[in-house]
Design a protein around this ligand. Structure first.
Ligand code: SF4
Ligand code: SF4
Length: 343
């Protein structure tokens, strides 16, 4: 029997440590396949330099299955929410993946997996580079989906979202993380995902039919950003008339095509204590803060991104107040205001 190379041994340790960190799916790609994928997807030289891809000898891709039930609200928003469960204070919804900072959670778990791998490898007499040399990327500008597919993490659904295939089944309630590894992990083939059968969407079209703005086209597998509600929730530009009704009670994101998917399976046992925002934020709490104060309040959350405009979030809050006002039952004519009526 052929002895395992030190690289393959480290991969096997890393794989078990990633599993111990609760990742839903994981896979590896060798340097050659990694660079080919960067080439095929047209990643420019400047971006490769920024991420130091030339030093990457192997890539690990992971998918974390998030929980959708996080309800805790940050302190700055609590007061405006009202204490009573019957409070009718208008609230703005957050997409499920944004209710806590699952990106930071992926980063945290990747770091722990690398640290544990280093300890175990050293115990076996294999020295590997320190944690700084292992670049952890989440929500990066690299072609995450293409790399996740290359590593055999699953398939891209007709809603253009990764549906991960893991030991616990298939789920589209996942976010992707990448680990650029500074050593050759002994991949004799181009990736660990090659030849792994994935179920695919088949004749299902639920997401395509559910998207209210037809952003997924007629057949799916296509995505028109300008028609996507999520896109308009975070940019300053005035939303077109056909999008405005859908901003009614949204702060950020849109889960409609995800929720329509039979594979949308959040893991309610998954825990993330980082950047918690909860399911909704009172519109008035947002409006009470200036755009710069809001930016400070959102630090460390998923909404703390350069492309998410605090101005747009405040606009969403103002729109929602108009929307909720229209929903409020009106007093019958002649009884609009009886506050001055004395018995
Ligand atoms: S996120 Fe919403 S608007 Fe965008 S494609 Fe999905 S259902 Fe359509
Ligand atoms: S809803 Fe159906 S077609 Fe759309 S991503 Fe899910 S399985 Fe695929």
């Amino acid at each position: 029997m052929k002895a395992e190379s030190p690289g393959a041994l480290v991969r096997s340790i890393l794989s078990s440590r990633l599993e111990a960190q609760g990742f839903y799916a994981q896979g590896f790609i060798g340097a050659h396949a990694f660079n080919s994928l960067l080439g095929e997807t047209g990643v420019p030289a400047g971006l490769r330099e920024r991420y130091g891809t030339s030093e990457t000898r192997s890539l690990a891709a992971v998918a974390l299955n998030y929980s959708s039930g996080i309800q805790t609200m940050p302190d700055w928003a609590k007061e405006a929410a009202g204490d009573s469960p019957e409070s009718t204070e208008p609230r703005l919804a957050l997409a499920r993946f944004a209710r806590a900072n699952w990106y930071a959670e992926i980063d945290r778990r990747l770091l722990l997996a690398v640290k544990a791998t280093k300890v175990e490898a050293a115990r076996l007499g294999i020295e590997i580079p320190g944690t700084k040399a292992w670049k952890r990327l989440v929500n990066s500008a690299l072609p995450e989906k293409a790399l996740a597919l290359g590593a055999g993490l699953g398939w891209i659904g007709k809603n253009t979202i990764l549906i991960a295939s893991g030991s616990r089944g298939n789920s589209s309630a996942v976010l992707i993380g990448l680990l650029l590894c500074p050593i050759d992990l002994g991949l004799t083939e181009s990736s660990t995902g090659e030849g792994k059968p994935v179920p695919g969407c088949g004749s299902c079209r639920r997401c395509v039919e559910a998207c209210p703005t037809k952003a997924l086209g007629d057949q799916g597998g296509f995505f028109d950003r300008k028609k996507c509600i999520q896109h308009w929730t975070h940019i300053d530009e005035e939303p077109p008339a056909f999008i405005r009704p859908f901003l009614s009670d949204r702060l950020y994101g849109c889960d409609i095509c995800l929720e329509a998917c039979p594979y949308f399976r959040p893991d309610e046992s998954a825990s993330c204590l980082l950047g918690v925002l909860g399911a909704s934020i009172p519109a008035r709490a947002l409006l009470a803060l200036s755009a710069s104060a809001l930016k400070t309040s959102l630090k460390g959350t998923v909404l703390d991104r350069s492309w998410i405009s605090p101005k747009a979030l405040r606009r969403n809050a103002a729109l929602s107040l108009e929307y909720f006002d229209k929903l409020r039952p009106k007093a019958p004519r002649g009884m609009e205001d009886d506050s001055n009526y004395d018995d």
